[in-house]
Design a binder for this molecule. Structure first.
Ligand code: EPU
Length: 416
């Protein structure tokens, strides 16, 4: 069993390089299925989820030339099935549904099922595809989707869904006529995908707003695209400066992507110096208690809820943290309690009563962002923290121990 062992209590200092965004890379990899040819993707992060996505593309018939950039050959794609083994490992595998339907008019994709942070159905993906003219049947745990031709339509999402918006956008770019996605997700990763699709020859307007308009085109060309920096990885390192009362420079970054998080960290007593390519985060002497409610972008990101909660465990008062995106994203609470945190939950609200200290303890990672919160807690805690099930962390944080060691952390990965 692999564990991460952290000896806490060091203020972290130095500079950290942020990788390409996982949640931008995943839909971009799926988008390579839209047209045959040789695609180039620059700044692809080296992560477990990216390996899973590449395995899925390979299974569909794509081939790769590794390196920077990554070359993806999609002329050879001749399968339309995303099998259960891959979808259960990574639910973002459902992102192949839209592109396969757009190019081949058929797809067979395993239903993802529930996961550690909630039921996470894909009903909005499926009802949206039906409105574009796709016949959908659920058989033996698989979505079987087929269409004679995709025709643009008006689609309203009950809730803004990130991968749902991305799937529908990828299906609609090659549909006949106009598609309007209303109450669409406004996350930067959705905007990044829309921009890349436009570079490929698509005609998308309104990305970054709640109404995205797509005029279908008859063909696309392969992509040559550089992936933006990962805003959640960057925000996690900024929070590391806050929780350890250190001083960390993060580069590169996109200021508007980090605004919802910086706004809260400033309220918590941190200071920031913003450069063109870098941002310097200075932890305050005291961590001030703040209330945080997660919401779709531009609200506070659910992917930072666990990390900010770890920081609030050491605040000088009581914080109320409300999770509004997922129904079950408090798996880290019981692990943080094992480190001495005083947290109670009521439905989707956590009441965190700040303490002056956390103590190192053996803890277990339950999902990607929960794992990051345990790393942050471990960095600030007294004594040794041992985190097991670290594969969750490897899904979304490239070389995390190496990067933290570069900032002065005492952290190592041990086997056995
Ligand atoms: N929802 C439905 N039906 C649907 C789709 C979504 O009820 O058909 C609900 C979900 O259950 C959830 C809400 O709508 O309550 C929003 O979920 P969304 O669809 O936006 O989430 P997602 O697309 O599955 C992406 C990210 C997540 C991130 C969320 C929210 C990727 C690959 N994943 O998931 O990232 O938390 O958006 O911002 O982009 C992570 O990186 O750790 C991660 C979980």
């Amino acid at each position: 069993m692999v564990r991460i062992v952290i000896e806490g209590g060091q203020p972290l200092q130095g500079r950290v390089q942020i990788a390409g965004a996982k949640n931008a890379a995943l839909p971009l990899l799926a988008a390579t299925l839209l047209t045959g040819g040789v695609h180039r993707l620059h700044n692809v992060p080296l992560l477990r989820d990216i390996r899973t996505a590449k395995t899925l593309l390979y299974h569909l018939g794509a081939t790769f030339e590794e390196g920077e950039p990554l070359f993806i050959h999609t002329d050879t794609v001749d399968s339309f099935e995303a099998p259960y083994d891959l979808v259960k490992t990574m639910r973002a595998s459902v992102l192949v549904l839209g592109p396969l339907l757009a190019r081949f008019k058929r797809a067979r994709v395993s239903l993802p099922g529930g996961c550690a942070i909630g039921a996470r159905p894909i009903n909005f993906h499926l009802s949206g595809l039906e409105r574009l003219g796709v016949d959908i049947e659920l058989k033996h745990g698989y979505v079987e989707a087929v269409t004679k031709r995709l025709v643009g339509n008006h689609i309203y999402f009950d809730i803004p869904t990130v991968t749902g918006t991305e799937n529908l956008m990828m299906a609609a770019v090659l549909a006949e006529g106009q598609t309007v996605l209303e109450n669409a997700a406004r996350e930067p990763e959705v905007v990044e995908l829309a921009r890349c699709l436009n570079e490929m020859g698509a005609c998308i307007r309104g990305m970054g707003t709640a109404a995205i308009t797509i005029e279908g085109v008859s063909q696309l060309r392969p992509m040559d695209h550089t992936i933006m920096p990962d805003r959640i990885e960057a925000a996690t390192y900024l929070t590391a400066a806050g929780i350890t009362k250190g001083n960390i420079t993060v580069t590169p970054y996109i200021p508007e992507h980090l605004e919802p998080v910086i706004h809260k960290l400033e309220q918590a007593g941190m200071r920031f110096e913003l450069g063109d390519q870098h941002i310097r985060a200075l932890g305050g002497e005291v961590i001030r208690n703040i209330d945080v409610t997660t919401n779709p972008h531009p609200g506070f990101p659910t992917d930072m809820q666990a990390q900010i909660m770890a920081m609030m465990c050491l605040a000088d008062g009581q914080s109320i943290i409300t999770e509004k995106v997922f129904e079950n994203r408090f798996m880290h609470v019981s692990e943080l309690r094992r480190m001495g945190a005083n947290i109670s939950t009521e439905g989707n609200t956590a009441i965190v009563r700040g303490r002056s200290k956390l103590q190192g303890a053996p803890v277990m990672a339950t999902d990607l962002r929960a794992s990051a919160s345990l790393v942050l807690a471990g960095l600030a805690a007294e004594g040794s923290t041992e985190i097991s099930r670290v594969y969750h962390l490897d899904r979304g944080y490239q070389k995390i121990e190496e990067k933290l060691r570069g900032l002065g952390a005492r952290i190592k990965r041990v086997k056995g």
